[in-house]
Design a protein around this ligand. Structure first.
Ligand code: GMT
Length: 372
């Protein structure tokens, strides 16, 4: 099949899922044209995916580049030059509406549109009174809508006054061969020179990720003289705040900020636990990546996280904003070796249920049905 895909290039769940899906589909012989405004994070050169860059041009009259229009214009060119059979957009805003426009401008009304909703496109923007009509319009005019969890589907249906049946759920997926525990002693020594246990957090440091809650939990654990270090991976809005907190709480020797890492596997290979204190998470791709690497997850009981992390089996779920409960769950798992090993083995087994060969065919089947 020939598919045009639209996604954000920046580190973040929707872009990662789009790129990995594009690469998997290319491996299976499909022709994938990925459209984005910069080389997407994790897009491998030579992976068989055709990349089309949206130029973001400046013009004295415009205070900002005309982002959505540039996307539309580039997509029109891709539709005309590459003749895809369908367009698959990741994140409703602005890609779904952009795709509708591009389809109409190109005069290729037969091209089908699949919109995958990922999270804040619904949970944040779907609540916005100004944006809501546009999001609803673009979803209702998509030929198929998919959501990455049942929770997100429910939320979209409620917020946008749609029937849940209008939205199919396809979970995010994981490459179980690539994501597995393969500890690198040197890296482990570098991060935890005294043999401390490593708590890992990976995110884009947006307020929704609640990194400050994790720092507060960690401060409690350090106060109790626990031999832990905290490794924080990523960049974003609240990184400075996090750094300030770490400094003010005298935690600098125990907390490492590693910035964005393209490949999380080496870090997941040496960490002991992943913490995800998000206020909202429609799926929590990092939790799945952690579980595939046999890491128990301590996360908040919110959004689609309970569909990914089995509470009391592959991780512990705690209430949002409750940094004391978060600390206590971390302590419980890291201090009880028997419990830890049980959770670690169960985590890998649970991740198998999201393995690439189980999920990709679900997209292929949808594509096939659409094209036929
Ligand atoms: O960061 C992004 O690219 C999008 C982001 C969002 O804000 O919607 O991530 C969402 O999509 C991921 C991939 O499907 C999910 O794993 C994340 O849970 C979800 N984020 C939120 O719901 C906050």
């Amino acid at each position: 099949m020939r598919i045009a895909m639209l996604c954000f290039p920046t580190p973040g769940g929707s872009g990662v899922v789009a790129v990995e899906l594009a690469q998997e589909l290319a491996k299976r012989g499909h022709e994938i044209h990925l459209v984005s405004h910069a080389m997407p994070f994790r897009l491998e050169k030579g992976g068989g995916v055709f990349y089309h860059e949206v130029p973001l041009r400046e013009f004295p009259l415009f205070p900002y580049p005309l982002f959505t229009m540039e996307v539309v214009a580039k997509l029109v060119a891709v539709l005309q030059e590459c003749s895809p059979q369908l367009i698959h957009v990741h994140y409703a805003l602005p890609y779904s509406i952009a795709a509708l426009l591009a389809r109409s401008i190109s005069g290729r009304d037969q091209i089908k549109l699949l919109t995958t909703i990922h999270g804040t496109d619904i949970s944040t923007w779907g609540r916005d009174k100004l944006m809501q009509p546009m999001i609803r319009h673009s979803l209702e005019n998509s030929d198929v809508i998919t959501a990455v969890s049942y929770n997100l589907r429910r939320e979209a249906a409620i917020l946008l006054n749609m029937a849940e049946e209008q939205i199919s759920v396809i979970y995010n997926f994981i490459d179980m061969d690539r994501y597995q525990r393969n500890p690198e002693a040197g890296l482990r020594r570098e991060l935890a020179p005294q043999g401390e246990r490593i708590i890992l957090h990976i995110s884009n440091f947006r307020p929704v990720k609640r990194v400050p809650d994790l720092i507060q939990s960690f401060a409690l654990l350090v106060k109790e003289k626990r031999d832990y270090v905290l490794v924080l991976v990523g960049e974003g809005m609240e990184k400075q705040l996090a750094q300030k907190m770490v400094q003010e709480m005298n935690l600098s020797s125990r907390v490492k900020f590693l910035g964005t890492q393209v490949d999380p596997v080496p870090l997941l290979g040496v960490a002991d636990l992943v913490a995800l204190p998000s206020e909202k998470e429609s799926f929590g791709l990092v939790a799945l990546e952690a579980m595939a690497c046999s890491l128990p997850v301590v996360a908040t009981n919110t959004g689609g996280l309970p569909e990914v992390v089995s509470d009391g089996e592959t991780g512990l779920l705690v209430p949002v904003h409750d940094y004391i409960a978060l600390a206590s769950a971390i302590r419980q798992l890291l201090d009880d070796h028997e419990l830890y090993s049980r959770f670690s083995a169960a985590a890998r087994r649970r991740a198998e249920q999201f393995a690439t060969p189980l999920i990709i065919p679900q997209y292929e089947e949808l594509y096939r049905k659409l094209i036929e």
